[in-house]
Ligand binder design. Sequence first.
Ligand SMILES: NC(=O)C1=CN([C@@H]2O[C@H](COP(=O)(O)OP(=O)(O)OC[C@H]3O[C@@H](n4cnc5c(N)ncnc54)[C@H](O)[C@@H]3O)[C@@H](O)[C@H]2O)C=CC1
Ligand SMILES: O=C(O)C(=O)COP(=O)(O)O
Length: 527
Amino acid sequence: MTKPKVLISDKMDPNAARIFEARGCDVDVITGETPEQLIARIGDYDGLAIRSSTRVTAEILEAATNLKVIGRAGIGVDNVDIPAASSKGVVVMNTPFGNSITTAEHAIALIMALARQIPAANARTQAGEWPKNDFMGVEVTGKTLGLIGAGNIGAIVASRALGLRMKVVAYDPFLTEERAIEMGVEKVDLEALIERADFITLHTPLTDETRNILSRERLERTKKGVRIVNCARGGLIDEAALKDLLDSGHVAGAALDVFAKEPAKDSPLFGTPGFICTPHLGASTTEAQVNVALQVAEQMADYLVNGGVTNALNMPSLSAEEAPKLKPYMALAEKLGSLVGQLAHGNLTRIGIEVEGAAAQLNIKPITGAVLAGLMKRYSQSVNMVNAPFLAKERGLDVREIRREREGDYQTLVRVKVDTEQGERSVAGTLFGKTQPRLVDIFGIGIEADLTGDMLYVVNEDAPGFIGSIGSLLGKNGINIGTFHLGRREAGGEAVLLLSVDQPINQDVMKQICDTPGVKVVKALSF
Ligand SMILES: NC(=O)C1=CN([C@@H]2O[C@H](COP(=O)(O)OP(=O)(O)OC[C@H]3O[C@@H](n4cnc5c(N)ncnc54)[C@H](O)[C@@H]3O)[C@@H](O)[C@H]2O)C=CC1
Ligand SMILES: O=C(O)C(=O)COP(=O)(O)O
């Protein structure tokens, strides 16, 4: 049998190559190549091991004719086009915990560096100035740290900050009161955090929701003298606004490990008084790099040699026997979870997963995993069907599974119920033709829809002419409708319109839909 071939394309601890070889893979280490060079080379490889420098785009995946697995020695996978990898059948794995402590420690180091202006004081002292009177610092003891994102790294930062006798207030839509109490932090909403924090530190992935989370408007509402740290992802902060507010003195200090554009070689922030930066060093300790290198090589080799799946972001872990029966239900479950995640606002505290009829005869754990993965995927890049139940438990989400005999019209039904701040809401779906997922109930309104691609969700008052007005509004804006699904509570009552479109709907068109008479709720969805 020929050995699987692995390419390590980013600088990685040498333990990774050793493990690949010990586990029966051939390995090449070729770092720093251009995309064109990687495109020319990638066709030879079964596995690609990366950190954050290699961008695995759709073009690279197109050329990767033998590729079976991409392993990220680290956490963030925003440099991998996961939908493109999935559609090519390439498994994407990461190492969700290996560098968390190290990154949290970097955030704490930057908080201390800001409080005492250590980099500037160091530079001027070594230049022979002895500027003892120019660097009055602040104590962190008793100060309020605003934590945006209370996942793995955020929780470690909170524990260290509490040790420094800071008060920690945290904003995270998935943080429950119980988990906040366990962490010793006060759960707050984002606006309260912005107004109360003396220091702010970011620990979220970069998603459509978190992009620009520290916008100009929010930065302007921070406390005068606030100090800000970002060791998560560039793009979370409006860098131009940060520069203006540092210049005006409203923001006393900012420390960035990550930038919207990396490598950052000419940022306008460079040289601004109060500004500190490091070149994406959050994960750069010997300990973390050994952890992630060993783990990624073990996981990738296990997949290439034995077919075992661990920490995959786009594939469930399943035995060969169960897989074919469960897969269509899992696809349905993932879509229902994703729908609820996109539509339910506020803090989710309880999730009920009811499986009825044919599906209830199977092992429903993967169905639960798929619902939770769908539900949480907009909050965390690292979530998958394997780790979603664990993450839900860790965050204190109350997950209830119920299986029952067939009761209603459908041979099989999967229902997802969530308790939100607006009360209980539920959606349900079934399989058509044994394999095709279909939504059949949305918040108590019967409908029949395939959840796929870009979609538009509208709640409106049922009235003559409404559907035509939405159709012509989309047509006027050059947006082609793929499928069109309708449901209503009763004639003249609340109605739901769910349609698939051939391209994402921009903000301007969303606003026009919002302004259409009779519209109560509008949301762009993506599956
Ligand atoms: N600078 C560096 O070298 C490193 C950076 N990172 C980055 O740190 C970030 C956090 O990593 P982990 O803690 O491991 O991830 P995680 O998935 O454990 O936690 C992320 C948290 O962000 C929360 N979140 C999602 N959307 C949110 C929103 N709109 N507002 C507030 N919170 C939101 C999630 O609920 C979750 O609790 C990732 O972006 C990762 O890529 C990770 C390692 C090294
Ligand atoms: O793990 C992550 O998300 C990181 O950002 C670490 O990036 P790196 O592996 O140091 O390029």
